[in-house]
Design a protein around this ligand. Structure first.
Ligand code: PBG
Length: 335
């Protein structure tokens, strides 16, 4: 970082000299996006040989496991280090206690096993939260209209263990219950999963940018109320540092800020305060905005998408979860 700017002035200084040609622009570039920075979130559905378009996310599909294995192979061939799986659960198996979350044969566990046996060398991440399985649509267990913290943690720990058992490499607790990282670490360690990584959704805001995701996994319809009693207030910034500090102390290996673009100030504060591996989730609504503007001819998707990903690097992330991962990887490969 520039601590003290030297005294420079025009005309002896001309900033445009270093922008004259592509080669000099490359030479002075301060940040670089690489395929190594990308985690691709993918939606999974029951059935065979089927894809479904997510209406509010043009270009994003849900895949049955057989087809999922092929697209993950394509991601691996492009050099993407890891993918993240999100199941759209059949409403018939959703219950108030969300017990399907810790069924070792649930959709996401089957998907993890299929991917790991076909592509052992791509990282697989899974969400830890109850919303895909909960008839109340919330990330935790709901009783009398309240989200129960400690009861939810019991279910989240069981969910963590079945996902680790299925072969998941990174667990991403996105639920924002207090104390869940320590409890998950204990549960994983005592079941022999000392090497399972935890990427905590440490500073996750109660955001309107998640709506397309809730369409994609089918959790939005059931949800009563909002998630403001567990996700953070968008006006807060210091609180994010407390959240991250707690999760690191409890054993998180990596932390995440979510959403991405509207919260780059938080990304920057977290990375410069703690210096731990820090990720941002460029969420569904952010993706939908880029696509919607592109479809109207108002923006060029490829240009604004790459510019958006550049902003994450500038802010200090070590990587980005983005629905644009395949597109970005192709652009990075082909120039
Ligand atoms: C649920 C979860 C959400 C996302 C990831 N995990 C939504 C929510 O909290 O309601 C959002 C991802 C996106 O919008 O792309 N625990």
């Amino acid at each position: 970082m520039v601590e003290a700017l030297p005294h420079r002035s025009y005309p002896s200084t001309r900033m445009r000299r270093n922008r004259r040609e592509p080669w000099i622009r490359r030479l002075v570039a301060e940040n670089k996006l690489s395929v190594d920075d990308l985690i691709w979130p993918i939606f999974v559905i029951d059935g065979e040989n089927t894809t479904e378009q997510v209406a509010s996310m043009p270009g994003v599909q849900r895949f049955t496991i057989d087809l999922l294995v092929d697209v993950v192979g394509a991601a691996k061939d492009l050099g993407i280090p890891a993918i993240s799986l999100f199941p759209q659960t059949n409403p018939d198996v959703k219950t108030p206690d969300a017990r399907e979350a810790y069924n070792p044969d649930n959709l996401v566990c089957k998907a993890v096993r299929a991917i790991k046996s076909a592509h052992p060398d791509i990282g697989v991440m899974c969400d830890v939260a109850l919303d895909p399985y909960n008839s109340d649509g919330h990330d935790g267990i709901v009783k009398d209209g309240r989200i129960l913290n400690d009861d939810s943690i019991v279910a989240l720990c069981k969910q963590s263990v079945v996902q680790a058992e299925a072969g998941c490499d990174i667990l991403g607790p996105s639920d924002m219950m207090d104390g869940r990282i320590a409890a998950m670490r204990d549960a994983l360690d005592s079941d022999g999963f000392q090497d399972t990584i935890i990427m905590s959704y440490a500073a996750k805001y109660a955001s309107g940018f998640y709506n397309p995701f809730r369409d994609a996994i089918g959790s939005g319809g059931a949800m009563k109320g909002d998630k403001k009693t567990y996700q953070m207030n968008p006006y807060n910034s210091d609180e994010a540092l407390h959240e991250v500090a707690l999760d690191i102390n409890e054993g998180a290996d990596m932390v995440m800020v979510k959403p991405g673009l509207p919260y780059l100030d938080i990304v920057h504060r977290v990375k410069s305060t703690f210096g731990v591996p820090t990720y941002a989730y460029h969420v569904s609504g952010e993706y939908a905005m880029l696509q919607a503007a592109n479809l109207n001819g108002w923006l060029n998707y490829e240009i604004v998408m790459m510019e958006t990903l550049a902003s994450f690097k500038r802010a200090g992330t070590d990587g980005v979860l983005t629905y644009c991962a395949l597109d970005a990887a192709r652009i990075l490969r082909n120039g």
